[in-house]
Design a protein around this ligand. Structure first.
Ligand SMILES: [Zn+2]
Length: 280
């Protein structure tokens, strides 16, 4: 061991949450690239001239240095710099809602192997950080006109990290591939783990789940192939029509609710829904 008295880490991280602590300090939860989920205390970070202040804003990608003492629950944030402020180009309601929704999801539904200061699977940790960082970068991009689709792809990735990505390429009961299936009668069934064809619904009474339309199935199929990359340019183009947004959102919400311990609809999305659907 090198410097025994002050073990420390320096790594990229995403700021998930920050709570006030004392007069001017803050407790901050971070998803780090190299050490999984970490909680730090940022001394005096809420005072106006603190150099730590820019590092505690949720949603920012940062490179931070902190103590790494395995005996402590809370590490000390020592310094760092901001790599990306997702609100630098302006904070629309939609961008804020999807960003905060994703942060909430990351914080509440931590995949196994997400790691921590005392070990964990560093490969899984780095992979999770990469997905989250990718999401924040794409959401921050000016060319991102399909934020809802990007958010859904993020939800898909979270399911995949829990080993629970829906099967959408074939009926989970009979195994017939999607190309052989008739769309009418097809159901999306969280308990069975994916789509069930009409014939299996009739034969086996697998009547749970919800109807799924062809366009929604296409979107989910894209996610199963390319994940959050969405074919590279999937975040550009016309925004999803509201019925499609609702259908995909509801299908994924039910799947997440069934499979992820601790999941609930992120409060930030609730706000977006109230704002957009207030005339209905
Ligand atoms: Zn079937």
């Amino acid at each position: 061991m090198g410097v025994m008295s002050r073990p420390a880490a320096s790594t990229e991280a995403l700021v998930l949450r920050a709570w006030p602590c004392g007069e001017t300090s803050a407790v901050v939860s971070l998803l780090t690239r190299d050490h999984g989920y970490i909680k730090v205390i940022a001394k005096a970070a809420r005072s106006s001239r603190s150099r730590l202040r820019p590092l505690i804003e949720p949603g920012r990608l940062v490179t931070v240095e902190f103590s790494l003492d395995p005996k402590r629950e809370l590490q000390f944030l020592r310094g760092g710099e901001v790599d990306l402020d997702p609100m630098a180009d302006g904070a629309s309601l939609e961008r804020s809602a999807y960003l905060l929704g994703a942060l909430e999801l990351m914080d509440r539904c931590r995949p196994l192997g997400g790691g921590g200061p005392h070990g964990g699977d560093t490969e899984a940790t780095g992979d999770l950080f990469a997905v989250c960082g990718h999401f924040v970068r794409m959401l921050s991009s000016r060319s991102c006109t399909r934020m809802a689709l990007l958010f859904f792809a993020f939800e898909w990735e979270m399911l995949a990290r829990h080993g629970m990505a829906p099967e959408v390429s074939a009926c989970v009961a009979c195994g017939r591939s999607r190309a052989e299936l008739e769309i009418p009668g097809l159901r999306f069934n969280p308990a069975e783990g994916g789509i069930i064809c009409g014939a299996c619904v009739l034969r086996d009474g697998l009547n749970g789940g919800w109807p799924i339309g062809e366009a929604a199935l296409d979107h989910l199929g894209d996610m199963s192939r390319t994940g959050i990359d969405l074919n590279g340019t999937g975040i550009e183009g016309p925004a999803l029509p509201r019925p499609m947004r609702r259908e995909l959102g509801a299908l994924l919400h039910r799947f997440l609710g069934y499979h992820l311990p601790g999941y609930r609809l992120p409060a930030a999305l609730e706000l977006l829904r109230v704002g957009k659907d207030s005339t209905e």
